[in-house]
Design a protein around this ligand. Structure first.
Ligand code: UP5
Ligand code: MG
Length: 204
């Protein structure tokens, strides 16, 4: 697909900050395609015949980052599929070339690989709150999510990886003035208002 015809927003923030929740709301407003790197990895993990199943399971449980080639390829394929589907339908609609890439890039080499192999991101939406809030949200979700990483041990490891590897990505994009930082401590509705305003500014 033609990278000139897509607009990419990276959605970052710690585990449980509300990335997925806010993406779902932005999809309703702006017709983005929402691709969660974590969801794509979880699907690949259980795909019959995948050579990465065990590797992905271990990384997710340990809160470490799956090798970048695996994730970038999954994203690339999912983007191509979303675009192909779009062309099969009513034709190119303006909103559909827009992607929310959720929970990615989690470390510097992933950011570089994505920008070289696919396209640069227009905006980084950074959902920020405290570890205390994130822990409480994840433990609550863990009662029903079935996610293998929604337990205290895995959550602690995810926090560490986030601080050590993902924060530098956010800091890098801050240097380029590409980050919209949003306090995600407030209610879903309140956070959505701010996120929506930040998106509108870029799409205008
Ligand atoms: N909730 C949300 N917003 C709320 C609000 N404002 N007020 C009150 N409650 C709120 O939300 C979490 C919970 O909080 C939900 O129950 C929600 O209702 C509530 P959610 O929107 O799911 O938060 P999110 O930030 O998406 O949390 P998630 O757990 O998905 O974040 P992670 O970044 O940890 O998970 P992800 O799926 O992205 O990655 C999982 C693992 O995959 C990683 O640890 C890593 O091992 C691997 N991975 C890679 O290796 N590479 C990648 O590129 C991506 C992932
Ligand atoms: Mg998520």
């Amino acid at each position: 697909f033609d990278p000139a015809k897509v607009t990419v927003f990276f959605i970052l923030g710690g585990p449980g900050a509300g990335k997925g929740t806010q993406c779902a709301r932005l999809v309703q407003d702006f017709g983005f395609s929402h691709l969660s790197a974590g969801d794509l990895l979880r699907a690949e993990q259980v795909r019959e015949g995948s050579e990465y199943g065990e590797l992905i399971r271990t990384c997710i449980r340990e809160g470490t980052i799956v090798p970048s080639e695996v994730t970038v390829n999954l994203l690339k394929n999912a983007m191509a599929a979303a675009i192909a589907e779009d062309h099969e339908g009513e034709g190119w609609t303006e909103g559909r070339g827009r992607f929310l890439i959720d929970g990615f890039p989690r470390k510097l080499d992933q950011a570089e690989m994505f920008e070289v192999e696919i396209c640069p991101a227009s905006l980084i939406l950074f959902f920020d709150t405290t570890e205390e809030v994130m822990l409480a949200r994840l433990l609550e979700r863990g009662k029903t999510s079935g996610r293998e990483d929604d337990n205290v041990e895995s959550i602690k490891k995810r926090f560490r990886t986030y601080k050590e590897q993902t924060m530098p990505v956010i800091e890098l994009y801050e240097k380029y003035n590409k980050v919209a930082q949003i306090d995600s401590t407030a209610s879903i509705e309140e956070v959505h208002k701010h996120a929506s305003a930040a998106v509108m500014k870029v799409l205008a």
